[in-house]
Design a protein around this ligand. Structure first.
Ligand SMILES: Cc1cc2nc3c(=O)[nH]c(=O)nc-3n(C[C@H](O)[C@H](O)[C@H](O)COP(=O)(O)OP(=O)(O)OC[C@H]3O[C@@H](n4cnc5c(N)ncnc54)[C@H](O)[C@@H]3O)c2cc1C
Ligand code: FES
Length: 290
């Protein structure tokens, strides 16, 4: 086997992955199933991301939405936002993409083991959370209660509908899906994700919470969780920033003294308390509802 060069070891050189499946999910998102050469496993942990490059166009960070417990392929859910994601939406089966990573610190699995878990996602936040949920379901006996709250703008924007239906059927998952605005097809709950969060009955001392979503979700979700007795030590946020290198070299993702690409994207809230304004202030112009 070829000895990796210094640049390869540092994570600068992409691997070529093959697209096994490219399926539209909604008007804005596409689902990709990918495999590395020789069926090499990606070796990720839930909550990590990869840098995805489209030859001749550019590179973007994307969360891995599948669990490492599920075989030698890995999956991504990509929203069309601009140049690279537009190109990725036009990718076909058998196409090739560059993949660097996995990078970043994922969810604190060791701390989640044995606990009751409250997982809150808004919009595209369900993508990284799906990786964690699938992981938990594959090791269900290692965890306590599993409460998943997922909020979308309207029924058409909901992602992973088949997974939602499967989770809903299980007696060991407490799934609450809510949309800001229903339509004639919608028989579920309406309202923002923090409303059902406030209604939960939790034993705070053994509970850990994870929140991923648009910047506006973080403050209100944290307030609702504090009401239940959770603390900044027991709440985790997964953040987004504009990334460039993904490996702590360029500073594009900096949040004061933190590099979100390396120190995160998952952070204990206690670590963000003196930076909370920066967490909330950041949102891509046209994409406040991620
Ligand atoms: C850790 C991390 C995980 C991510 N996971 C996912 C994922 O699972 N699925 C997914 O679809 N997207 C994800 N994103 C966002 C994705 O990286 C951006 O949408 C993408 O970089 C935009 O690139 P572009 O070339 O398509 O758009 P550009 O042409 O660069 O920009 C077009 C628009 O997108 C906005 N934009 C730029 N960066 C981001 C960003 N980080 N988030 C949101 N909007 C952005 C710009 O402000 C601009 O308005 C993630 C980002 C990070 C940092
Ligand atoms: S993206 Fe370059 S330092 Fe984080």
């Amino acid at each position: 086997m070829k000895e990796p060069t210094g640049y390869e070891k540092l994570g600068y050189v992409p691997e070529i992955a093959h697209v096994l499946k490219a399926v539209p999910m909604t008007e804005q998102e596409i689902f990709l199933d990918l495999r590395l050469p020789g069926k090499t496993e990606l070796g990720h942990a839930p909550g990590q991301f990869v840098q995805v490059s489209l030859m001749g166009i550019g590179e973007v960070p994307i969360s891995i939405c599948s669990s490492p417990t599920r075989g030698d392929t890995f999956q991504l859910c990509i929203r069309e936002a601009g140049t690279v994601t537009h190109g990725l939406h036009r990718i076909a089966r058998y196409a090739q993409l560059g993949i660097r990573g996995p990078f970043g610190k994922g969810f604190p699995l060791a701390e989640l083991f044995g606990r009751d878990l409250v997982l809150v996602a808004g919009g595209l936040g369900i993508a990284p959370l799906r990786s964690l949920i699938t992981y938990i379901l594959d090791r269900r006996e290692d965890f306590g209660r599993l409460i998943v709250i997922y909020g979308g703008k309207n029924p058409r924007t909901l992602l992973f509908k088949e997974d939602l239906a499967d989770w809903d059927k299980r007696s060991d998952v407490e799934l609450i899906v809510t949309v800001d605005r229903g339509d004639e097809t919608w028989q579920g709950r309406t309202g923002v994700a923090t409303e059902p969060l406030a209604e939960l009955d939790l034993q705070a001392v053994n509970t850990r919470a994870v929140v991923i979503g648009p910047p506006v979700l973080y403050r209100f979700a944290a307030m609702a969780l504090f009401e239940h007795g959770l603390t900044p030590e027991t709440i985790f946020f997964s953040l987004e920033r504009n990334f460039h290198c993904g490996i702590g070299k360029c500073g594009h993702c900096q949040l004061n003294d933190l590099y979100v690409c390396q120190d995160g994207p998952v952070f204990r809230l206690a670590r963000l308390l003196d930076r909370i304004e920066a967490v909330e202030a950041w949102a891509p112009e046209e994409d406040q509802d991620r």
